[in-house]
Design a protein around this ligand. Sequence first.
Ligand code: ZN
Length: 198
Amino acid sequence: MEYMSGQLGELVEQLSMLPGIGTKTAQRLAYHVVSMPEEKVERLSKALIETRKKIRYCRECYTLTDSEVCPICADGARDHETIMVVETPRDLAAYEKTGKYGGVYHVLHGAISPMLGVGPDDIRLKELMRRLEGDVREVIIATNSTLEGETTAMYISKLIKPTGIKVTRIANGVPVGGDLENIDEVTLLRALEGRTEL
Ligand code: ZN
């Protein structure tokens, strides 16, 4: 990348730090940015900075939100005694898109993975257990059907069992290794409806 100006090289380097963006794509994006009208670039960079500044974790469910409590947790019409546990805010969004789930969520921000060195303390598990001290009737574990997702589901169910709260796991039907966000709504609903008690 010696032939590139230092500034352009810096932009390529920064862009290529984003997931799914290799050096080639980063270069293409960088050249595109140069050709954009300055005010558009300003809007883009402002969106990046403002998003990072304003977005935070919901105090209740730990999804990303721009208020202290997310709109789902703040909604009194939802069933706050049913908590669906998901790995990421994108998984939450996938279930929300079905429009058929009336409970609330808990976002773990990851899954337990001994291989990657991710332990129970590295995800928002303590926060979940704290929520269970309130009135909770059912915890639906909707982690992915990957090895990590299953490990996490087992771990959580063992943790919750002694509390007497009902623990369910979404049905298989969600393809193994499939990211929840890439699964169609019908499959998601079927998985939710066919959940079994652990
Ligand atoms: Zn929330």
